[in-house]
Design a protein around this ligand. Structure first.
Ligand SMILES: *Cc1c(COP(=O)(O)O)cnc(C)c1O
Length: 377
């Protein structure tokens, strides 16, 4: 019985080039990683500000680890709510201009918890075609009707609202500040206006925006995010009004029924957030990504993420191997993470990269992957 399920799954992975594997890597400082004894410059990590190796972040985590031990011991609503949580939540709310913040075990858990708390049977959710899997999983789990709108198309969203909104009670609109596999930004002010006009709640996932893109949060918007990317740590959060956060404390099941994060992890996030606030590193990351796109004739980078669309799965894997041979680690992203026939290399730039790293990457891409670049005059 189980064997048959496994066999079927293998068959469904249409070709070997779609099979996912666990590859052993050891991340190193300065945007490097080690694999099978060789060191690569990695353009596949979401540590956008290089804070996961920042001495002050590491020290804060080490001190908390010594002082408070390894685990939280229980759910946050039982005895797992170390005072570091409140400190981080206050700092994050202030950073995002929100009234309050609530930390979850991960970004995935934050989105699942927020969406299932806000919607249920008889409600409707409109989600951008490219939102992250956890927003889709949260929507499905909620039992609400799920309708997808074309990527960043407010015209399509409004047409769908017109058609479906009146049949539902509560209504959510889901999008991201920066899209994880395309690196482009959502029209958040317009989405907020549409939400208001339709008595809907806008939920934005800021996983790839935090620390890279500075945007004012439209009022009444709910912002989810992760501590595992620019903050270089682990955990997830939601920023919203005070009353909304109180509601999540009582209704978001993924925070109620899951153990709190280890205090040392929260200490690392807090230290990283303080550095993010006091040192302006975001401009630096964006500049690196934009140097890459302008020199290669690609559409201008809007964030730290730059996709190079290859098309086929096998070709994308081959392109990734070609850069690997030159000493660059750039993972191929394949369906179902991205739509069919849009397998790609996803370059993630970081403040940890030197200008020379970016120059070397530009040379390698131009020499080895010229066929995938737009014609540059
Ligand atoms: C990474 C990511 C998440 C999940 O965050 P984790 O903390 O890794 O669980 C959620 N949403 C988006 C858009 C992401 O890219």
């Amino acid at each position: 019985m189980l064997d048959a399920i496994l066999e079927k799954s293998r068959g469904e992975l249409a070709s070997p080039s779609r099979m996912r594997r666990r590859v052993d890597v050891q991340r190193l400082p300065h945007g490097r990683l080690k694999h099978e004894g060789k060191t690569y410059i990695s353009f596949s990590c979401n540590d956008y500000l290089g804070l996961s190796f920042h001495p002050r972040v590491v020290e804060a985590a080490a001190k908390a680890l010594q002082a408070y031990g390894t685990g939280a011991g229980a759910s946050r609503l039982v005895t797992g709510n170390h005072p570091l949580y409140a400190e981080f939540e206050r700092a994050m709310a202030a950073y995002k201009g929100a009234e309050d913040c609530l930390v979850f075990g991960s970004g995935y858990l934050a989105n699942i918890g927020v969406i299932t708390a806000l919607a249920g049977e008889g409600d409707i959710i409109f989600a951008d075609k490219l939102v992250h899997a956890c927003m889709i999983d949260g929507s499905r789990l909620s039992g609400a009707k799920l309708v997808r709108f074309a990527h960043n198309s407010t015209v399509h969203l409004q047409a769908l609202l017109q058609k479906y909104r009146k049949h539902a009670k509560r209504c959510l609109i889901l999008s991201e500040t920066v899209f994880s596999m395309d690196g482009d930004c959502a029209p958040i002010d317009e989405l907020a206006r549409i939400a208001e006009r339709n008595l809907a709640t806008l939920v934005l996932d800021d996983a790839h925006g935090l620390g890279v893109i500075q945007q004012a949060l439209p009022s009444h918007t709910i912002l989810t995010g992760t501590c595992s990317k620019a903050l270089g740590s682990y955990g997830g959060y939601v920023c919203a009004s005070q009353s909304m956060i109180d509601f999540f404390v009582n209704h978001a099941r993924s925070v109620i029924f899951s153990t709190g994060l280890p205090p040392a992890t929260v200490a690392a996030s807090l230290a990283a957030l303080e550095i993010m606030q006091h040192e302006n590193m975001s401009g630096e990351v964006l500049k690196k990504a934009q140097t890459f796109t302008s020199r290669l004739g690609l559409p201008e980078a809007q964030s730290a993420i730059v996709p190079l669309i290859i098309g086929g799965d096998a070709e994308a894997l081959k392109a990734s191997d070609m850069l690997k041979a030159e000493g660059f680690w750039v993972t191929a992203i394949r369906p179902p993470t991205v739509p069919e026939n849009t397998a790609r290399l996803r370059f993630a730039f970081s403040a940890a990269h030197s200008d020379a790293d970016v120059e070397a990457l530009i040379r390698a891409v131009r020499e080895r992957l010229g066929a995938f670049l737009p014609c540059v005059s």
